[in-house]
Structure formats: structure tokens, C-alpha cells
Design a protein around this ligand. Sequence first.
Ligand code: BMA
Length: 313
Amino acid sequence: MNNRPLELFHRHKHNPILKAENWPYQANSVFNPGATLLPDGTTLLLCRVEDRRGLSHFCAARSANGVDGWKIDPRPTLIPDAEHLSEELWGIEDPRITYLPELKQYAVVYTAYSSDGPGVALTLTKDFVHFERYGMIMQPEDKDAAVLPRRINGHWVLIHRPVSGKKNANMWISFSSNLRHWGGQKQIMEARLGGWWDANRIGLSPPPIETPEGWLVIYHGVKKNVSGSIYRLGLALFDLEAPGHCLKRGDEWVFGPEEQCELCGDVDKVVFSCGTTLLPDGDTLRLYYGAADTSIAMAEGSVKAMLKWLSRK
Ligand code: BMA
């Protein structure tokens, strides 16, 4: 009998595909990149680079095939602007990229690490060279955020993960007419409790992926045990025109740390994704992820297979 779990993601055989030693300048670790396909088919990863002070900034890496031949910006692409934005005092982390056709710009939503903890910040860019910074849009503690690519009922939509007091960390939605001022907050998905893989803390991983059946959401869950935390990924589906409404949620995780580079690094047993690209066949999804907060790896899966998996039971 074959009792192996269905593998929805297949790792690239050359993982990790990007490491700190590939960087043109000194870095401690490179991980959790945002991802997008540029109009000419180039894959752009906006990588989180942690320096040897322990603070992070972003650096763009571009590749024609999304796997190798990376051209890495010779200097940091976006650095924390602590002078003007004190909210970025301790660095910027985990960028999530969404192309907004209405504005013909990319929104990069990221974690700004302030002395009061992490909050959500937003910047717009046309070229990943010049950035229009909106600063912090959600105060601490809040992170794991991305915007949807289009307005829904006239409003931009942000998925994010606030934490209040000692309560669990759940996924929320907010709305805005101008990307600056957000309201209408509502909780949309709760962490489970007890021994579940996604007990107590969950958060959006890459920006939601629009499919005919709904917004496909890859989210992370954290399991704490006596030897530490395990970061894994699961799937959920949200209504296309009411993105606060969860239609389906898988019970089991679909991707977790297994390979050496995922099990062992600055933070052991972590796969953490902030970006995907959809290949021109409209089905193959490339998941770029940080491995153990140390390097960048990639795995591929089929959107159709993920939707089918969510519909089983
Ligand atoms: C999360 C985020 C990620 C990190 C993960 C594991 O809370 O801060 O940036 O990869 O923890 O350390």
C-alpha cells in the first residue's frame, strides 16, 4: 500500500538556488524573497538580505529562467530609511510583491521593524530601482501582509496578520480607497489550537493567487514543541468577490522542512515563502522560499492540483 502523502510541490534539484556566498557584497543570509515575472519574462526576486549586524534590507536578483544565471544588484536595492521613517529602525523584512495593473506599478508590502515591534509598510515601484515609500500602513504588531492586484467593490484589499496582547495570531483583511488609509478590519482565518500544525500562529505567505475558483492562499503555520518551532505551509481558498470569506481550508500541511538546507540554518526547520510566479502555461506555480532563514530555494506545483486537493474529502 502506498501511504506516502500526495506531494503538491516538487523541489528543484539544485536547491538552494541562492545563497549569501553568491552575493556581490558581504551578507550573513539571504531568504524570504518576494517574486514577480517582469513583462519580458525575467524572474525578479526581491531578496531579504540580513547583514552582519542582524538587520535586513532588500536586494533584487534577476534571472531569465528563474532558476540560475542570477544577476544580483551590486548594492542593496532598498534599505531601511530609519532617518525619515523611524518605523524602519531595525530593518525591513519579508517583501511581498503584487503588480497593480490600474496603477501600472508594483506594490511591495513588507515588514518594517520598529522599536515597538514589526508593522506593515508599503512602497510602490515601476522598475525596482526607484521607490515611492508610503511608510507604515499597519502599526505594530502586524506582519505577513500583501495587497490583492485589483480593487474589489472599489477598494484595495490588504491581507495581514495583527497580534494583540497574548492572544493567538490570526489572518485579517482591511480595505482602502488610496492604499494609505485602511479600515473595515475583519478576521478571516483563525489559527487552530492544541496539537495542530497551524496552532496559535498563522499568516499569509505569498500574495493570494487569483484562480477561477477563488483566491488561492498559501499560508504558514507554526507548530511549537519542546525542540522549537516548525514553519510549514498549508492551503486555503477565499471568495473572489468577497475575499474575506474563506471557502475551503486544508487540514494537512502541504509543504514543510525536509531537506538539509531547510532543517538546519540560522533558524532550524523553516520553510517560509513570500513569493510565487505563475509560468506562461497558467498552471505551474513556482514557490520561492527561505530555507531555515539562511538561503533561497524553489519548488514547483500545479494550481489545478492544489485546487483539486482542497476540494477532496
Ligand atoms: C517569522 C518571520 C520570518 C521568519 C520566520 C522564521 O516570524 O519573521 O521572517 O522566516 O519567522 O524565523
